[in-house]
Design a protein. Sequence first.
Length: 393
Amino acid sequence: MAKRITLDFLKTESASGVVLAAAALVGILMANSPGDGLYFRFLEAPFTIQIGGFAETHAVLDWVKEGLMAIFFFVVGLEIKYEVLKGELANPRRLALPIAAALGGMLAPALVYLAFNGGAGGAPQGWPIPVATDIAFAMAALAIAGPKLPPALRVFLLTLAIVDDLGAVGIIGVMFTDHLRVAALAAALAALALMGLLTRWRGAPYLFYALGFLLVWGFTLKSGISTSVAGVAAAMTIPIGPRKPGRPGVLEDFMESLHPYVAFGILPLFAFCAAGFDFGRLSLADLFGPVSLGVVAGLLLGKPLGVFGAIALLCGLKLARRPMGATWVELFGLSLLTGVGFTMSLFIGALAFPGAGPEQGEVRAGVIAGSLLATLAGMAVLAWAQARRRAAA
């Protein structure tokens, strides 16, 4: 079951990367077309959700970030829990290398970004933007550039990206919580505890878990904490065991049923909404501003430097071994692909620089340019590595 779940995940992530790229391209084209007014009016249109005494009005783009993306983080939480209990992260001997690579891949780009933004005129609060990896884009690029490369590389990239996502969620929860409302937070924790109690009821209807998630999400939204934290926290309460003997576990059911909707629906919608920006509003100074340059350098240089450096250090000290069958050149190409921040970087950028200030344009330009350059560089190295394998065969 563990192998089948992992392979299904890899297949879906690889395919959804193409859809994500198409959605982002459509968003950019619409934002720079004669119909750009329609695009931006759609993003800024107010929308009210009212359920009983709960009523919130936000722009469409905010609902996508705080509403639909909470479901994405719920699925991320399910994947993290599954990998820790049954997947690659369940084997302590395999943990050291991807965890060290993920930590190196978070520290180095943050430092690179701060090198561009630590002085006067910089924006140091944007340091978390280049620390995350977009699993879908990275997996799709790996599948296209190196379909015949060792399967261990794909599993290693998936494991690294999952640890990376967990770190990103932690950063979001700590860095981007404003005006904490204690009563709403207490209510969210109470709802989370109720979801935990459901695990004692082996045959609990899935609807109850869905209602519990809605409560946790709603109270978290009111509390001022990012709803991404609510998504991951709620996922931790989902039991991994089956409702009936011989059947798939509850967690596996949620993963398999939700993941296609997230991969082919929610994430492309977010990419469409978040990637579009008007090039006409950006000056040359914006394109080469400290935020934009810091994000590009963090993704293109910092991520591979941190990831590959951590791999080389642990393997050099004999504390870990390379993934089975992988060469150093292939690991370097994979390290470059971790610089594809796209979805996660855009999400964090929107939190770091809320509103429609000039930094938002710099963030989007930097994320798109850095992710694109990292993709092309990583795919080129991996394609060359695969060609070398063929020549040697």
